[in-house]
Ligand binder design. Sequence first.
Ligand SMILES: *Cc1c(COP(=O)(O)O)cnc(C)c1O
Length: 212
Amino acid sequence: MNVRVDLDQFLLSIPENVTLVAATKYVGSDEILKLVNHRIFNIGENRVDSFLLKYSQLQNNGIIWHFIGHLQRNKAKLVANKIDFLHSLDSVELAIKLNELRSVPLKCFIEVSINNEENKNGISLENLDHFIEEIKPLKNIQIVGLMMMTLKGSSEEQQYKQFNKLKLLLDEINKKHNLSLKELSMGMSDDYKKAIDAGSTYIRLGRILFSE
Ligand SMILES: *Cc1c(COP(=O)(O)O)cnc(C)c1O
C-alpha cells in the first residue's frame, strides 16, 4: 500500500483540535517517511517487532511514537523507553512493569472494554475504578485519557452511542477520582467521523490513509 495521492486534501477534513495518529502496520518505513513529509508526525504501531524495526530506521525524523496494540508484559522492556504514548494500558501488572522500566513518565490511555466483550483486551467497566486507584501511585505512568474500539459491524448510530459512552465515562471518572483527564483515543477508518462527533481527541487511522 502507498500513501494516498490526495492525502493533503483528506487532512483538511480533520478538525485541528483532533490529533491524527497514523496506524502504519500496513506499510514500511519508506511510506511512513512520506507521511512525515506531509507533516504527520504521530505514528502508531501495534506490534513490537515491526515497531522496533521502524523505530531503528526512522528514529531521528521528529516522530512521536504511539504504541496502539496490545502490549505483552514480557515485551514491555523492548519498547518502554522508546515510545511516547501507550494507547492500550490494560493491566495493573503491565503498568507496574512500565513504571519500573521508564526513566520519565509514559503517557498512557487506559483501554476500556466499553462493550464488556469477552476475550477482548481492555479494562471492563466494573473493574475500572479499582484499576485507576491501583495505578494512581505509579509515578512513571501518566494517564492522559481513555481508549476504545467499537464493535465490528456497528451502524453509525451505534458507533456514536459507544463513543459517547466513553466520553461520559471520562467525565464520570474525573469527578469520582478527582482527576482532569482530557483525551479520548477513539475512531478508526470506518468510524472516525462519529468518534469526532462524540468528542474524540486522538483518532487512529490506518487504511483510509493509503491506497493499493
Ligand atoms: C490498525 C489499527 C487501527 C487503524 O485501523 P484502520 O481500520 O486501518 O483505520 C487503529 N487502532 C489499532 C489498535 C489498530 O491496530
